[in-house]
Unconditional design. Structure first.
Ligand code: SAH
Length: 482
């Protein structure tokens, strides 16, 4: 009876990952076609001196080598060509030729890889995330090349494209840190702040001289951490409409201060031990006033926290970010803004609705409609009459007033209107109608999610296959509630 029990026995690696030093060394690739090209490309990411051996290279290999300054030794393979190599690749695509190269390499005690012939390999090449000098190598011992590529793509997304530059900068600070900061907490604190704080942000922004300045200041202040607030757009609701930058900041945050409209799935992307603070606000249930939120952000910043202030959609669109930025500026706390997909864009996407349409509409208005109350018409109403596409935020409870005022001002009652509840979410609902139908939106008690209204002639270009009539839906609703 077998005693093997995969749920208990920890699996052991049959191929153990190590990093081979190739700087200034020769790496030999033997082959003429695709296999040789793939390995040449892979190894060209290193500083090794590449030696491709091919008497008759295929055009693609020859062209690539030419374009990338890799020399091809145009002669028949012979073992003497391997003698000074650090690594050898047998990449001929033919079993007997590969086997001969493997045998020669082994007799010279050089590690060899035969492409797609694991039984002949001394080592395997990984799927690689390259941020030189940082490298993440992924191996599956051949069990799942597709799996390795999937993991590679995920890790690639997680890491800043500038990580290599940051690591190089870190290397230049290593001696000074060792001299000036005692081993242990102080050094760890310095590096944590270096890799995630202002220095990292400056490197990400491509501003190396500021990065050096902040790193040096951090060293002078012996790793004391200044707070930082990121005003981050969480997008309209679907968690995969979050930007990669928002995702990265969420994973680094000590504290996440979020609005009510931000879905739990997005908040959950933060570190498990991050503090989460709900700041309100949905219509009718303000859990914190705006000035309380401003004060909270300032307090967290002063406490040296890395804060993500998470707002639905884009933080600069009806997000009261202006007041929060002013408070942070006054308090001398550093902050940044990360854009997000605003509700109007998500609603338009759900409706396949062109917000600008050649010959019909070439401008767009973001409004709340709440400024339609006064005696004079706001500027945007005139734009609407001139053909702009109008996106109305927070417009459900004043739908009738918006419609009446626009019609009175001269916009045709037949102007097309699209309404989306819960844009981007599975629970989304789409309605279409005209400006004359819009008042019925206000009466619809069945709409409990956030609602986006888009008005204008460009709406006529939307796809109405999945939407129902705004007005008829109301008549039906009355019928069934009777
Ligand atoms: N900063 C946000 C807007 C906040 S104001 C953004 O850029 O999207 C809140 C209003 O946004 C809601 O009343 C509603 O009109 C709209 N909204 C937000 N999320 C929405 C969604 N998923 N579907 C439809 N409308 C949405």
């Amino acid at each position: 009876m077998s005693t093997f029990n995969p749920s208990i026995a920890p699996a052991r690696l049959n191929a153990f990952p190590i990093f081979a030093k190739v700087e200034g060394r020769v790496v030999v690739i033997v082959g003429d076609g695709d296999e040789a090209l793939a390995k040449t490309r892979l190894m060209a990411q290193s500083s090794a001196e590449l030696r491709v051996i091919s008497a008759a290279p295929e055009a693609e290999l020859a062209d690539w080598a030419e374009a990338n300054g890799v020399a091809i030794v145009r002669q028949a393979y012979e073992p003497a060509l391997l003698t000074d190599a650090a690594l050898v690749f047998a990449a001929t695509g033919e079993l007997d030729r590969d086997a001969a190269v493997v045998a020669d390499a082994r007799s010279l005690k050089i590690a060899v890889n035969a492409v797609d012939r694991p039984e002949l390999c001394d080592f395997f090449t990984p799927a690689l995330v390259n941020r030189a000098p940082v490298a993440v190598a992924i191996g599956t011992e051949g069990a799942g090349p597709v799996l390795a590529q999937m993991i590679r793509a995920r890790i690639d997304q997680m890491l800043s494209p500038q990580l290599g530059v940051l690591a190089q900068l870190a290397a230049s600070y290593r001696d000074a840190v060792e001299k000036l900061l005692p081993k242990g907490v102080a050094r760890r604190r310095f590096w944590k702040e270096f890799f995630t704080g202002e220095t990292a942000r400056n490197v990400d922004a491509g501003d190396l001289s500021s990065a050096r300045r902040t790193a040096s200041r951090l060293l002078r202040e012996r790793g004391a951490v200044p707070g930082h607030v990121a005003l981050v757009g969480a997008g309209p609701g679907a968690e995969d409409l979050l930007t990669l930058r928002a995702h990265r900041l969420l994973m680094e945050a000590d504290v996440i201060v979020h609005d009510a409209l931000v879905p739990e799935a997005v908040i959950a992307m933060g570190r498990r031990d991050a503090e989460r603070i709900a700041a309100g606000k949905r219509k009718g249930c303000h859990s914190k006033t705006q000035s309380e939120i401003n004060a909270l952000l300032v307090e967290l910043g002063h406490a040296g926290k890395r804060v993500v202030r998470l707002k639905s959609g884009d933080p600069l669109v009806f997000g009261r970010a202006g007041e929060e930025m002013a408070a942070l500026r006054d308090a001398g706390i550093s902050y940044e803004v990360v854009p997000g997909v605003t509700a109007a864009f998500a609603a338009a996407a759900d409706f396949e609705l062109p917000l600008t349409l050649r010959g019909v509409s070439s401008s767009m208005v973001f409004t709340t409609g709440h400024d339609l109350k006064g005696a004079t018409l706001p500027d945007w109403a005139r734009l609407a009459i001139d053909g702009a596409t109008v996106a109305v935020y927070m417009g459900r409870s004043i739908a009738a007033e918006v419609a009446e005022r626009l019609i009175a001002a001269g916009l045709s009652p037949d102007t097309a209107v699209a309404v989306v509840e819960n844009a981007s979410l599975k629970s989304k609902r789409l309605f279409h109608g005209t400006l004359a139908d819009l008042p019925s939106l206000q009466e619809r008690t069945d709409l409990t999610g956030p609602v986006m209204t888009i008005i204008g002639d460009a709406v006529a270009g939307a796809n109405f296959d999945r939407s129902t009539a705004l007005y008829r839906a109301l008549a039906f609703q009355e019928e069934i509630s009777r």
